[in-house]
Design a protein around this ligand. Structure first.
Ligand code: SF4
Length: 68
């Protein structure tokens, strides 16, 4: 299971992550909250699509490339 965190200082609540991964991110009070483990979506795409690089996923760096 991926370790997913949101940098609340950076998150602007745009909702992109919740659109890409509705079972993993939920927007509450204009911030994204992690509600799932990202198993059924492309976490790398979500990380890459966040405009403020607020999604921190162990093993995936900004830019969406998976580290090996
Ligand atoms: S895509 Fe980034 S800025 Fe937008 S809601 Fe998600 S974590 Fe926040």
């Amino acid at each position: 299971m991926a370790n997913i965190e949101i940098d609340f200082d950076a998150c602007v609540g745009c909702g992109t992550c919740a659109e890409l991964c509705p079972n993993t991110f939920e927007i509450r009070d204009e911030k994204s909250w992690v509600t799932g483990d990202g198993a059924d979506c492309d976490l790398a795409e979500a990380v890459d699509s966040c405009p403020t690089s607020a999604i921190i996923v162990e093993g995936i760096e900004a830019g969406g490339r998976k580290q090996v």
